[in-house]
Design a protein around this ligand. Structure first.
Ligand code: PBG
Ligand code: ZN
Length: 326
């Protein structure tokens, strides 16, 4: 039997020559969870090898990342005190602002993305400021959250953030931030929008690390229904129109069809967030010896590239770097 495609797979060099997608460490972003204090390196039970770090430890971690050729991080802050409006996040001495300043002092070459949201900083754990609507329903006040988001973006920008990443799924957030940043002279500061973010069970372990589980209700009014494809595409297209420099799909693995859909409809670079639940599932399966961990890990990462992602935010980034260096 004649099979043209099979003939191309027999010789391994030829197989490599025609490989369509590749993993490069430049494409990876490593998330860091930073809190006040010193000498803190607290492992998260639900996420083996992921730690809450104090700023001094985060700086040490950045040194290690640079040694591995990982040059991009995304920062999440865990404040000392939380309140109804997330004051720590809109203050120049808040945890993220301090962390960015101190990391940049030691490693100006590291590319720092700052996640912009309120859930880690509010006592109620929602991604915005709450309001009572008619019938006494408590919801996120979108427009008030937008106003405070500009403040948070400026705090991050002044501290030295290299890219702002709004993750709260507020309507109009990209346009609002773009205008606010431009007005204040930060017109070259890019925005990577969590443009298509699903209300997902895969964020479970993250909420342990970031201490951001909502104290009541869920995020379904602002995050997307996993069953919706057309809406998922629209959400990203809207952010692209508003001026998002990079779009994002989150979570990654269960939503690769959406990555491909957006890839075919925009020219913006696309990021995927390989979220905490995806990480923990793979880690645990590896620990139990159920799978060839390294093989499944690489297979998963290349699936993101194949779907059309340029950037991969992943807790696996250090492991990938080590494998790619072999
Ligand atoms: C906050 C935020 C979340 C994640 C990134 N930014 C959590 C959420 O929406 O509950 C999830 C990341 C992960 O699970 O690894 N808006
Ligand atoms: Zn949030």
């Amino acid at each position: 039997m004649f099979n043209r495609l099979r003939r191309l797979r027999i010789n391994s060099h030829l197989r490599n020559m025609i490989q369509e997608n590749h993993l490069q460490i430049e494409n990876f972003v490593y998330p860091l969870f930073i809190k006040f204090g010193e000498n803190i390196r607290k492992e998260i039970l639900s996420m083996p090898d992921v730690f809450q770090l104090s700023i001094d430890e985060a700086i040490r971690e950045c040194g290690e990342l640079l040694n591995l050729d990982i040059k991009s991080i995304i920062i999440f802050g865990i404040p000392e005190t939380k309140d109804s409006v997330g004051s720590d996040s809109v203050c120049d001495s808040g945890i993220v602002a301090r962390a960015v300043r101190e990391i940049k002092k030691v490693y100006p070459e590291i590319f720092i993305i700052t996640d912009l949201c309120f859930c880690e900083y509010t006592d109620h754990g929602h991604c915005g400021i709450l309001t009572h609507e008619h019938n006494n329903i408590i919801t996120v006040d979108n427009d008030l959250t937008l106003e405070l988001s500009i403040q948070q973006a400026l705090v991050q920008a002044r501290a030295g953030s290299d890219m702002i990443a709004p993750s709260g799924m507020m309507d109009g957030i990209v346009e609002t931030l773009r205008n606010g940043l431009d007005k204040n002279g930060f017109y070259n500061l890019p925005i990577m929008s969590y443009s298509t973010k699903f209300a997902s069970g895969y964020y479970g372990p993250f909420r342990d690390v970031a201490e951001s589980t909502p104290t009541f209700g869920d995020r379904k009014s602002y995050q997307m229904n996993p069953a919706n494809r057309r809406e998922a595409i629209s959400e990203s297209l809207i952010d692209a129109q508003q001026g998002a420099d990079i779009l994002m799909v989150k979570p990654a693995l269960a939503y690769l069809d959406i990555v491909r859909d957006i890839r075919e409809r925009t020219t913006q670079p696309i990021a995927v967030y390989n979220v905490s639940g995806e990480y923990s599932m793979l880690k645990m399966a590896g620990k139990l010896g159920l799978i060839d961990y390294e093989r499944v890990l690489l297979e998963t990462m290349i699936s993101f590239k194949r779907a059309g992602a340029d950037i991969i935010i992943s807790y696996h980034a250090k492991e990938i770097a080590k494998i790619l260096k072999k």
